[in-house]
Ligand binder design. Structure first.
Ligand code: HDD
Length: 713
């Protein structure tokens, strides 16, 4: 059992439930072959349909019931299968088998999501992203149900329905969809100072990722590891993308929403289909039990992170997604995550947000999936066979033999029996709780601004600017001035300059709030629980800025090659193979979808036309070499599209490479007014143009030149 390979176990299990229709005749749900799927049964060719048409009735009935309620939050999501490989044993800290045996591979299914929007909403909403991973371990399913942001808006689950009601479309008119920029969200936030740290993250570029493959994942809460000896350590979970953490510009996000609202879903799907498997390093921050109180915040407070400077992240495994689902509904939609799906060696803490979640996730599946038997849906099945005395219910699939459905029993030989801990039986980590029953918040939770300051101060200048702009955008949509003023008052506790800049643009004054805490128990002395303006122990953390992310790869980046007839085949092919050699994906864009004839008579097949796509759907542009091609791109018909492409890519700080003979396009576009050195504008005169272009694409964007690029002469 110990060394058995479980990596294909889930795939094999799913295959038992997978149907392939190739070569098969159409049947009813009862397996009866259907001879006519075009006409209903009628009394005469022009007569009424007959109730006895069981084929029509079955088809329509099934259709009428094929929708299920979407998730109450995280409705919009995309998922994929993959594997988790342990590279360094954590047996010292946990007895969880999938984290103990070095080299062990565990099948997984991951689902990424936005939070606020409906299932059909845009992928590019400014929002937190869900990052949920189901590990199909030999000891049962382990779910890590996290986000791409390491902290949360609220400290106690009792506030979750309020938070979600506030952010969802307003109840009278269902406006706006998938957006936090409206009155009710900011009304709530302005009265919830504990949300300020999360607000800094949610207003940062982390909330508009370039790709689901380029974002971090966090377990958020502090969890517990328990080893074979019963010793406990606290742990925080991290996923760090191998491709680095990258985002798009807000203006770009709004445009992608129009051009391709499935942008992230498509990107994940295409990357996997093309063999560019998304990968993350999996890491842990381990805190010995004795150190629980050594931090300037409470480990149980989900609005706090542990700075990596205080506890480094130890990388111990790799998550790879390598297979798209066969069927979105059966897999991505029906997967049911739960932070309480544990394996021996992992336990939860008393974090009051996590404690409430432990109730919510099973409860919600009952209305979403309709039955307590949701664990029997293939994607949710454990690879371990389930044995217990739970019986019946809607859609029960398991056929359990025998008369016994109770325990203790003698008639079933005492089976299924309780497993001893040494045989993998789960036992909750014992913890002494000697307390009054009380509906209150711990004083150790009442510091709402110090980590918001830490985050804001750790950002580079362009990142800070983006946070300011995001707040200005969002608050400008708030119609009630008092709400705008309260939010700005909250910001003043984080950074005066930020508050002033936002206040100026949203037409309010910065007034110091007397009582910043909105969550004080009724019988407490407000003074004692008021959030203090405290400085964090760690003043700045490199890990919190995306400026310091990995920037060494162009793998899976989409490079648009803009060309027309007369293009220089030799130059284009040389760059194409150089880029593809580094894993980038080249897509040809032309004035139309007709093949482009190059100077040597060969042809290139466009994937897009200038009107069917936009620069926002690409990571970088190459204006393909060739004077004739450039002339054609600037003819009356193509000129607006060509210049819009270049100008928008320029505005969004992307790398643009101009091939030889395309000088006129450069000059006529906004790039022509460039006054400073710009490492992401590459021309064919440069000696190593190809390498410089690759470097610029790997760097993602020249955010530091945003002001200059957005103010062309
Ligand atoms: Fe939650 C779904 C993440 C707090 C109640 N949550 C859901 C999903 C993710 C998270 C990623 C989607 C899972 C999927 O892809 O199917 N939720 C979080 C994180 C939280 C958090 C990181 C805080 C640290 N959630 C939270 C609270 C509650 C819920 C406090 C309720 C008290 N969450 C739910 C839910 C959902 C859900 C209503 C909706 C669909 C589902 O569970 O299966 O139960």
């Amino acid at each position: 059992m110990e060394n058995k390979d479980f990596s294909d176990e889930k795939l094999n299990q799913l295959q038992d439930h997978t149907t392939d229709n190739s070569g098969a005749a159409l049947t009813t749900n009862q397996g009866l072959k259907i001879n006519n799927n075009q006409d209903s049964l009628k009394a005469g060719e022009r007569g009424p349909s007959l109730l006895e048409d069981f084929i029509l009735r079955e088809k329509i009935t099934h259709f009428d019931h094929e929708r299920i309620p979407e998730r109450i939050v995280h409705a919009r999501g995309s998922g994929a299968h993959g594997t988790f490989k342990l590279t360094k044993s954590l047996a010292k800290y946990t007895k969880a088998k999938f984290l103990s045996e070095e080299g062990k591979e565990t099948p997984v299914f991951a689902r990424f999501s936005t939070v606020a929007g409906s299932a059909g909403s845009t992928d590019l909403a400014r929002d937190v992203r869900g990052f949920a991973v189901k590990f199909y371990t030999e000891e049962g399913n382990y779910d890590l149900v996290g986000n791409n942001i390491p902290v949360f808006f609220i400290q106690d689950a009792i506030k979750f329905p309020d938070l979600i009601h506030a952010v969802k479309p307003e109840p009278d008119n269902q406006i706006p969809q998938a957006a936090s920029a409206h009155d009710t969200f900011w009304d709530f936030i302005s009265l919830m100072p504990e949300s300020m740290h999360m607000i800094m993250w949610a207003m940062s570029d982390r909330a508009i990722p370039r790709s689901l493959r380029m974002m971090e994942g966090f377990g958020v809460h502090t969890f517990k590891f328990v080893n074979e000896e019963g010793k406990m350590h606290f742990v925080k979970f991290h996923f760090k993308p191998k491709l680095g953490v990258h985002s798009v510009a807000w203006d770009e996000a709004t445009k992608i929403s129009g051009k391709d609202s499935d942008f992230h879903r498509r990107d994940l799907w295409d990357a996997i289909e093309n063999g560019a498997f998304p990968e993350w390093d999996f890491g842990v921050q381990i805190i010995p039990e004795e150190d629980e109180h050594k931090f300037d915040f409470d480990l149980l407070d989900p609005t706090k992170l542990i700075p990596e400077e205080e506890v480094p992240v130890e990388l111990v495994g790799t998550l790879t997604l390598n297979r798209n689902p066969d069927n979105f509904f059966a897999e991505t939609e029906q997967i049911a995550f739960h932070p309480g799906h544990l394996v021996p060696g992992i336990d939860f803490t008393n974090d009051p947000l996590l404690q409430g979640r432990l109730f919510s996730y099973t409860d919600t599946q009952l209305s979403r999936l309709g039955s307590p038997n949701f664990h029997e849906i293939p994607i949710n099945r454990s690879i371990n066979t389930v044995h217990n005395n739970q019986r019946d219910g809607h859609m029960r699939q398991q056929i359990v033999k025998g008369k016994v459905s109770y325990e203790p029993n003698s008639m079933g030989g005492g089976c299924p029996f309780q497993a001893m801990m040494k045989d993998g039986g789960f036992a909750t980590q014992e913890e002494r709780v000697d307390a009054k029953k009380i509906r209150a918040r711990s004083k150790s939770f009442v510091d709402h601004y110090s980590q918001a300051k830490l985050f804001y101060n750790s950002q580079s200048a362009p990142e800070q600017k983006h946070i300011q702009n995001a707040l200005i955008f969002e608050l400008s949509k708030v119609t009630i001035p008092a709400i705008r003023e309260r939010v700005v008052g909250q910001l003043a506790f984080i950074d005066k300059d930020l508050a002033n800049k936002v206040a100026k643009k949203v037409g309010v004054q910065v007034t110091k709030l007397e009582q910043p805490n909105g969550s004080i128990p009724a019988d407490a002395d407000p003074k004692t629980l008021q959030s203090e303006e405290r400085e964090p122990n760690t003043k700045k953390s490199e890990a919190l800025s995306m400026k310091n992310t990995v920037k060494d790869s162009i793998e899976s980046r989409i490079i648009g090659f803009i060309m027309e007839d007369g293009v220089n085949a030799a130059e284009v092919n040389a760059l194409k193979s150089k880029l593809e050699g580094k894993g980038a994906m080249v897509q040809v864009i032309s004035g139309s979808l007709s093949p482009v004839t190059a100077d040597d008579g060969t042809t290139f097949t466009p994937k897009h036309s200038l009107t069917s796509t936009a620069s926002v759907c690409f990571d970088a542009l190459y204006i393909a070499a060739g004077k004739k091609s450039a002339e054609n791109l600037l003819d009356e018909e193509n000129r607006p599209g060509t210049l819009l492409f270049v100008n928008e890519a320029y505005k969004h700080c992307k790398a643009i490479c101009f091939g030889s003979g395309t000088e006129d396009i450069l000059k006529q576009s906004n790039v022509g007014s460039k006054k400073h050195e710009d490492p992401a504008i590459i021309t064919s005169e440069q000696q190593n143009a190809g390498d410089d272009f690759i470097k610029a694409v790997a760097n993602h964007r020249v955010w530091e030149l945003e002001a200059e690029r957005n103010n062309p002469a």
